[in-house]
Design a protein around this ligand. Sequence first.
Ligand SMILES: [Zn+2]
Length: 175
Amino acid sequence: MATQSKRRNSGHAPEERDDRSVDVLLRVASGPGFLPRDFKREEALQLQAEFEPLVQMAIDAPGELQRQEFSRRLGELQRGGLSIWLGSARLQSGKQTLVRYSSFRDMHARLSYALLLLAEEQAPYQRVLRRCELPSCNKFYLAQRNPKGGPANRVYCSPEHRDERHNSYDRKRPK
Ligand SMILES: [Zn+2]
């Protein structure tokens, strides 16, 4: 318990920040309809044109994505795309602890970072990355275990979209 509250003092855990960056990348790649409202539409379209094929590649040809993009994106972050600096915080015990702050230069750098996470072999994202097969949706998402048991959502982003697609199959299927 004590250890947990100490950790909370140093801000978000790195994995949590990674999750958020990946979430933004998947939204941008999925199209302007999936973005938070404060996003500029023109910038979003430009970023989508660049990142949508790359996120698709993370599903279809992850090895190719790594060969093509890894060094390039890493270079962007190393040359000022991502800044990390250190601060400190005093714990209740009176001892000091390190606090790491990081910030991205711009949205492009943030998305490049998230793309690195998708291209990375060890990261958990690549294995669970999916694209909803309902044509009117086509959203990229991370498949998660069904909390109520049963299989993960590997084909459709939501139960609603699964039902919608299955109903339309039923209508089209000749009897
Ligand atoms: Zn969907």
